[in-house]
Design a protein around this ligand. Structure first.
Ligand SMILES: [Zn+2]
Length: 315
């Protein structure tokens, strides 16, 4: 119904766990969009392969979208012992300042890179639409999820690894080259790829899909709507999410250099937005590195604007 079908579709592979989620009760036209296609050969192919091999579980263990609501019984195992109130660790302003200083130039660079990718994406869509008089289908306008995501991953990975290394150096005095072995591209970008998908690719695709639906396939109207969406993303949305992205990378890097089993605490930044989940994690007291805090996370960020940190427990 959307005109030419002769254009060869990419062979679809197994859908990632998130694909089903992104595909709410939308019409059948979205289906090809949320199925990843064979990615073009590039340096991150390996990463994607590992991501697929690892499955959603590994990634989800670090960044969960569905929060595990702590029951009333947590955070204290009070069944046999009288409940001993755990004082949350006192926030250390220096640690938060140190992070902000480290992430300032990174945020600037990541913002620029993401905006450039958005602009390129917008241009290629508008160029395509300009040449079309007839009805246009969504899958002709949008790149595949995997290719789109790959572009964001590739363009930001250098800075995000830098953010992770800053986090690593905040907790370890080891040589940078030694830290870099633990803060590998895969261990960082596996988590960051999911974040970039959740923060940018999926919400953006949802918006574009609405443009296509609203315009009922009319190329001119679609162009106007799409331009509006990208304007909003470039002017507002990127600035809203970039901090969460870089803080996740920072916390990921810090977490990666902690020895497994080290006692860690969840520290809430008093300057961050109030968050009950963060309080729960903080009240859990000391948790062995490798185990999860009450919300099911190993480290921040766990909510929009989350400025929490995980640090080794004071002795
Ligand atoms: Zn938080």
């Amino acid at each position: 119904m959307f005109g030419r079908t002769s254009r060869r579709m990419h062979p679809s592979t197994d859908a990632p766990a998130d694909a089903a989620q992104a595909d709410k009760s939308e019409p059948a036209t979205i289906e090809p969009l949320v199925k990843p296609v064979a990615p073009k050969k590039s340096s991150v192919d390996d990463l994607f392969a590992k991501l697929r091999a690892a499955g959603a579980e590994t990634v989800a263990s670090s960044v969960k979208t569905t929060k595990v609501k702590p029951t009333k019984a947590t955070p204290t195992k009070s069944a046999d012992k009288p409940a001993k109130p755990i004082a949350p660790i006192k926030p250390d302003a220096k640690l938060f300042e140190q992070r902000e200083t480290a992430l300032l130039p990174i945020n600037e660079a990541v913002t620029k890179k993401i905006k450039r990718v958005l602009a390129d994406e917008e241009n290629s869509m508008l160029n395509y639409l300009q040449s079309k008089k007839a009805q246009v289908a969504l899958e002709k306008v949008l790149p595949s999820v995997e290719n789109q995501l790959q572009t964001y991953v590739e363009s930001t990975s250098k800075e995000l690894i830098e953010a992770a290394m800053s986090g690593a150096q905040s907790l370890s005095k080891s040589l940078k080259s030694d830290l870099r072995k633990k803060v590998s591209n895969t261990t960082v970008m596996q988590v960051m790829t999911k974040k970039l998908a959740d923060e940018i690719v999926y919400p953006l695709r949802e918006r574009i899909q609405k443009c296509v639906e609203t315009s009922a396939g009319d190329a001119a109207e679609m162009s106007t709507l799409i331009r509006g969406v990208y304007r909003e993303w470039k002017m507002q949305q990127v600035d809203k999410i970039v901090g969460d992205i870089s803080r996740l990378a920072y916390s990921r890097g810090a977490y990666l250099v902690l020895e497994s089993g080290t006692k860690v605490c969840w520290m809430v930044d008093p300057d961050g937005p109030p968050c009950a989940d963060a309080e729960d994690n903080s009240l859990a007291g000391e948790v062995a590195c490798g185990e999860k805090f009450p919300t099911g996370h190993e480290h921040p960020v766990i909510h929009s604007g989350c400025k929490c940190l995980v640090i080794p427990a004071p002795r």
